[in-house]
Design a protein around this ligand. Structure first.
Ligand code: ADP
Length: 364
């Protein structure tokens, strides 16, 4: 471990790594890096390297842990044994257990757990290389891994720490600032500015905490911008030509949806009339040679039904016109009222009658 530096901020206001007090370290993210995970993200932030993987929603075992009205979100923060200068003992520790708990809670207001009752969403954050601020880096990566997994969320979560060195507040501590500084204040927040994680190590006055939170807010805004850029490059585009093509495609889809609705209306009218005609013919055939009294009864029923439901000439004409417009064919040859008008005259359609004979028997 390097010794404590004499000064953390030089006379030009620059820190040991050349940043200003309110600047975050350079951050790069890449989503979808693990093929077996439902969502994943690899993030580098300064010298930190973190991999986040999301599995789920999936069935939770043992079942007694299931929540009847929502999913359980499990967050596991882990530092790889090789992630720091001295090897870390593998497995959970007090520190990693605490970080896992508070980091999981940082997603509480955004993950829409109510959609997956009984399920579990597992978030794994593996620190491959640690260099101060790993819990905040892990939260930033986990947010994108959750989005990558398609978990419904109300928004993103970003996280960064504020500290105090040389009597000044600084954003996003580097390793010497973290090791030898006067305070470390990791914060996570939603896009609405709701604080979802706030821890403190060291000493800060109330005024410094308030100022520190505002500083962290600015840092989180920069992180949200990086996260959104990553989302755009994975799921969207800023290329004007592509956006134009997309808009045209949407317009085409909208038009064809309207047309599909029209077709549906016309075909509903036509199929209603056709089924009426068919049912009459079927009844006639079914009753052929049957009791005259029963035949009269059915005829009477059909007449009553027609009085209430038959289509007017105007309706029929409109339906034909619409069908003609849509299909580009002359459909007027198909007189949809012909069947209803020629009721009782089943002998005029012997072929139909015969072809429906089987059905008639079934309906008997
Ligand atoms: P964070 O990484 O979130 O800032 P800490 O403040 O606890 O968390 O740790 C600061 C840094 O100290 C870590 O980023 C890591 O570089 C180092 N560190 C933490 N735990 C250990 C450990 N067990 N062994 C060696 N280095 C550690």
């Amino acid at each position: 471990m390097s010794d404590k530096p004499e000064k953390f901020i030089d006379e030009n206001g620059l820190r040991l790594d050349g940043r200003r007090v309110d600047e975050i370290r350079p951050m790069t993210v890449e989503m979808g890096v693990l093929s077996r995970a439902d969502g994943s993200c690899y993030l580098e932030w300064g010298n930190n390297k973190v991999l986040a993987a999301v599995y789920g929603p999936r069935e939770l075992h043992p079942r007694r842990l299931q929540r009847p009205s929502e999913a359980l979100v499990r967050y596991r923060y882990n530092m790889a044994a090789f992630s720091v200068e001295d090897r870390i003992r593998p497995g959970p520790s007090r520190r990693s257990t605490e970080i896992s708990k508070v980091s999981g809670e940082a997603f509480e207001p955004v993950v829409m757990k109510q959609f997956y009752p009984g399920a579990v969403i597992d978030v794994f954050a593996e620190v491959l290389q640690a260099d101060a601020g790993t819990r905040t880096a892990a939260i930033n990566a986990a947010t994108l891994a959750l989005v990558d997994a398609g978990i419904p969320m109300k928004g993103l979560v970003a996280s960064c720490a504020v500290g105090k060195v040389d009597g000044q507040l600084v954003l996003d501590l580097n390793k010497p600032e973290d090791n030898y500084g006067d305070a470390d204040l990791p914060i996570a927040m939603t896009e609405d500015g709701e604080i979802t994680l706030l821890q403190m190590d060291g000493n800060l006055t109330a005024d410094e905490i308030a100022k520190g939170i505002e500083m962290a807010r600015k840092g989180c805004e920069q992180i949200f911008a990086i996260q959104k850029e990553a989302l755009l490059s994975k799921f969207g585009t800023t290329d004007e030509e592509e956006l134009l093509k997309e808009a045209e495609l949407q317009a085409e889809l909208a038009t064809s949806e309207d047309e599909a609705e029209d077709v549906e209306v016309v075909s509903e009218v036509v199929s209603e009339v056709v089924s009426e005609v068919v049912s009459e013919v079927v009844s006639e055939v079914a009753l052929e040679g049957e009791d005259d009294e029963l035949e009269d009864e059915v005829d009477e029923d059909l007449e009553l039904q027609d009085e209430g439901e038959a289509f007017t000439d105007d309706e029929v004409e409109n339906a034909s016109d619409e069908a003609e417009d849509l299909f580009g064919e002359d459909v007027s040859e198909f007189d949809i009222n012909e069947g209803t008008e020629s009721e009782g005259d089943s002998s005029s359609e012997p072929e139909d009658a015969e072809s429906n004979e089987d059905e008639g028997e079934k309906n008997e």
